[in-house]
Design a protein around this ligand. Structure first.
Ligand code: SF4
Ligand code: SF4
Length: 138
């Protein structure tokens, strides 16, 4: 399942004009909850990339968050494609009060591998691979 956060700049019941289109500046894709060492390690790899975060929402679902501004967002925080914007944009924020302008979607959020590793350690999750020692002379 995927999710992308979005906006409705012309619906007057949402405070989109004041919020600066927070939801048009990133996209988030839900991922499987990691359970294996490989899955924990893959998330470390995501976090090695700039402008990529991983977060857990209040329903304990995991997401990769890509900090990438939508190409349709104008400098005045409006949607260039308003009439043909994707359905996910139309759905986001309804009912009023459910979007990130009102409450943080993050139960936990990691921007760097070290933050994530500390989280796993606190949870006593055995995520580390046993690394083979380098052969002598290398
Ligand atoms: S975050 Fe909420 S209030 Fe802000 S633009 Fe998006 S839907 Fe509108
Ligand atoms: S298409 Fe429009 S509503 Fe959707 S993310 Fe882009 S600017 Fe926002």
């Amino acid at each position: 399942m995927t999710r992308k956060k979005n906006c409705r700049t012309s619906r007057k019941s949402l405070p989109c004009r004041e919020c600066g289109a927070e939801c048009c500046r990133y996209m988030a894709i839900e991922i499987d909850t990691p359970k294996t060492k490989r899955e924990y390690d893959d998330i470390r790899w995501y976090l090695l990339h700039e402008d990529v975060n991983v977060f857990i929402d209040h329903e304990n679902a995991w997401h990769v968050e890509l900090r990438a501004r939508c190409r349709s967002l104008t400098d005045h925080h409006q949607c260039r494609e308003y009439d043909t914007r994707p359905q996910i944009c139309r759905d986001h924020g309804w009912p009023v009060g459910t979007c990130e302008h009102f409450a943080s979607p993050y139960k936990a959020r990691f921007s760097r591998p070290e933050e994530y590793e500390r989280y796993l350690d606190r949870k006593k999750i055995d995520w580390r691979y046993k690394r083979r020692p380098k052969p002598e002379g290398k």
